[in-house]
Design a protein around this ligand. Structure first.
Ligand code: GLN
Ligand code: ZN
Length: 718
């Protein structure tokens, strides 16, 4: 059977009204039985298939059945048999852990804000084809089973040399293909568009050649989302794979791909960008399609990364008609395949709203002067002790605070009452920190719903959605704001809170900002200007905020950049250009800061090895970084690359466990073996917003005690 003309790489699983989230959370809380949970997710799948058929994915095998309940990598690992679970409950223990078992690790999926579960290859591999067959049996719609492909599955797994298990894994995929009654299968192989630190391109290509040479390749649709395919594409073509999906939004890439294509394989042209939220220029895309000859159309990546539909959003009319979320993108694909003669209205509409790239120059921010050593001298006036203690910003977001925010949103609390409530919370957090004996205090971020949305709501040039939820992991969703124009700051955003907190204490209160790269990474960017341009504008807005904080008497300011690593391009040769604009934007935030103002930055989500030079080049005075779980392994690198102060996190805030004093002393001593004591800060790994007060208080008390003990044994009085 031929491959469908119109398809998509994938579709959001979470449900238009977050049905999957609700079902999962109810099941986890024991509010519904396994049967009721199963019925709810089946109903959601049926609903989704029906809707997709209505939208025009009505050919056989056009709809990918990515049926994961928690994550598609975990689902594939369970189907292939890298992990086994004897019950639904056990599946969720793999993902979430329980009292006895730690969960599998979770990390970011390629250069997106979606997190996948990292499989651990080790034991026997026993495939479970019935997991797939069951899904096919429950519907009359001829869907196409979706799995992560063998090469990507192993490239993303942990364990001793996972790729050495290729033979076993390929045998498992073969068994699944044999056992399951489906005309087409989809295997996603995004590993073939990325450069990895731990495995070379040659190894990946060799693995691809081997794996697809041994599978019934003519039934396979292998998709290559998230970037430009390299030599892996040639290997797939040689193996005679039935259909291959490639990103052809770049016309140059389309020409190259056409050149190497063979007749045996159906070309599935990724012509609609599945990650941005903007309507496409249909005429330009149609031109590329016509140049390809016989090709199907698809999205570049799974629509998992965009909200379901623009329908029902309350967004200004001039913006809303330029937007295309998942369902609107499917309509675009259908129009693209039909052409302007058959779908004149779609093209006429697209002509009115398509956004085209402008050429805009980015200003290079000047470096902050004086250089760090002189600033360090100037900042002695802050009068901080040796091994200063601090936290990363947020304190527990209690149920009461969330309830107050909800009451304010729906009008039960007026502005003044809500502000009063926040002031009480801030006062409580300051008192607590003073009681614990921390040195640099924070206001606790109680007023922030989210570290990006809070700023997006106050900056000009952003809109926020009401129902634009995107799955982040498991049942967690975020609602990324949309950058719709030039960004500027109409008024101070954080000063009022920092100033209030500072008025309550003689210690320094650290102002708290989210950096330009992170604001952009966790938003949907504009399509008409390069990211660098929006980053520069956000940087300028934050620089104004820094100035206002200084004028309000705040002498320590933290600019968080947890997403710096996430936006790093998958291809090595694109990284330098990215780091240039990213660093530029960050440095512009503090370039004009007074020498006596101490600028902190904070990064988390590990794996900084590759960008450690860039982190140093942010030129912050103090950098706090996640390190507790890796037990300070990172530090040797840090000491050589950095000249400024460093705060490797010693308390893993991802777990409710309270670390004991002895353990914390050991971590501090480990840090002191590679970092000079004049440069070391003592702090947790990340913000405390997801923790409860009881464990937070106990852990921070131990953190201060551990610091005091280390000072004492090193002969410093305190
Ligand atoms: N200041 C933020 C907080 O403490 C930082 C969050 C983050 O790094 N993800 O919540
Ligand atoms: Zn963090």
């Amino acid at each position: 059977m031929g491959f469908p003309q119109v398809t998509i790489e994938g579709y959001p699983r979470i449900g238009r009204n977050r049905e999957l989230k609700r079902a999962l959370e109810k099941y986890w809380k024991g509010e519904v039985s396994e049967e009721e949970f199963g019925a709810a997710v089946r109903a959601l799948r049926q609903d989704t298939y029906r809707r997709l058929v209505d939208l025009g994915l009505d050919e056989d095998c056009a709809i990918p059945a990515d049926v994961a309940l928690y994550d598609h990598v975990l689902e594939t690992a369970l189907t292939v048999g890298i992990h086994t679970a004897d019950s639904l409950e056990e599946e969720f223990v793999l993902a979430r852990g329980n009292d006895e078992r730690a969960p599998l690790e979770m990390t970011k999926w390629f250069d997106t804000n979606y997190h996948y579960i990292v499989p651990e290859v080790g034991g026997e591999i026993v495939p479970r084809p019935e997991r797939v067959q069951k899904i096919l049996n429950e519907t009359d719609v001829k869907v196409r089973p979706y799995l992560v492909g063998p090469v990507t599955l192993l490239a993303l797994s942990k364990g001793e040399d996972p790729l050495s298990r290729l033979d076993d894994v390929v045998a498992a995929y073969r068994e699944i293909l044999n056992a399951v009654d489906a005309e087409w299968f989809q295997f996603a192989e995004p590993a073939l568009v990325a450069d990895f630190a731990h495995v070379s391109e040659e190894e990946l290509v060799a693995a691809t050649r081997k794996a697809y040479g041994e599978l019934d390749a003519s039934r396979l649709f292998v998709s290559l989302p998230y970037g430009k395919a390299g030599a892996g594409l040639e290997a797939l073509l040689e193996a005679g794979v039935g259909a291959i999906g490639v990103d052809l939004t770049d016309a140059g890439e389309a020409a190259r791909v056409k050149e190497i294509w063979t007749d045996k394989t159906r070309l599935v042209a990724g012509l609609i960008d599945g990650r941005n939220v903007w309507a496409a220029d249909l005429r330009a895309r149609r031109e590329v399609l016509e140049g390809l000859g016989n090709a199907s159309v698809s999205t570049t990546v799974s629509l998992l990364h965009v909200p379901h539909s623009v329908e029902g959003e309350d967004i200004p009319a001039d913006v809303v008609n330029k937007l295309a979320f998942a369902d609107e993108k499917i309509a675009e694909l259908v129009a693209l395949q039909k052409g302007p003669l058959e779908a004149p209205e779609a093209y006429a509409q697209a002509d009115r709203v398509a956004v085209k790239k402008k050429d805009v120059e980015v200003r290079i921010a000047s470096a902050r002067t004086p250089a760090f050593p002189e600033r360090k001298e100037a900042q002695k006036e802050l009068d901080l002790p040796l091994l200063p203690t601090t936290t990363i910003g947020s304190f527990p977001q209690t149920g009461e605070i969330r309830a107050a925010r909800a009451a304010h949103r729906n009008g039960e609390l007026d502005d003044a009452q809500y502000e009063q409530r926040l002031r009480e919370e801030i006062a409580g957090v300051i008192t607590l920190q003073e009681r614990l004996g921390l040195d640099v205090l924070v206001h606790g971020e109680a007023e922030r719903n989210d570290m990006v949305q809070y700023f997006a709501e106050q900056l000009d040039g952003f809109v926020v959605t009401q129902n634009g939820w995107v799955q982040s992991y498991g049942s967690r969703c975020t609602r990324p704001p949309i950058v719709v124009g030039d960004v500027s700051r109409p008024a101070p955003m954080t000063v009022k809170w920092a100033q209030y907190a500072q008025s309550l204490t003689d210690k320094h209160v650290k102002g708290m900002l989210t950096g330009p790269v992170t604001i952009l990474a966790w938003s949907f960017p504009r399509a008409d200007v390069p990211l660098a341009v929006s980053a520069e504008q956000i940087g300028a807005a934050l620089a104004e905020e820094v100035k206002d904080l200084e004028d309000a008497g705040i002498q320590i300011i933290q600019v968080d950049e947890p997403a710096l690593r996430e936006l790093l391009p998958l291809r090595k040769n694109e990284r330098a250009a990215y780091l240039e604009w990213a660093l530029n934007a960050f440095r512009s935030v503090h370039a004009q800061a007074r020498p006596t103002t101490q600028i902190h930055t904070h990064l988390c989500y590990s794996e900084f090895g590759e960008i450690i030079d860039a982190v140093a080049a942010l030129d912050a005075d103090v950098t706090s970084i996640e390190a507790a779980r890796s037990r300070m392994e990172l530090l040797e690198d840090l000491n050589d690359t950095f000249v400024s102060d460093i705060g490797p996190g010693i308390y893993d805030i991802h777990s409710p466990r309270v670390p004991g004093v002895a353990e914390l002393v050991e971590l501090i001593n480990a840090a002191l073996r590679s970092v000079d004591e004049e440069r070391l800060w003592i702090n947790p790994d990340c913000g405390l917003k997801t923790r409860g007060y009881a464990e937070t208080e106990a852990a921070l008390r131990n953190l201060v005690l551990a610091r005091d003990e280390v000072l004492y044994t090193r002969g410093h009085e305190h």
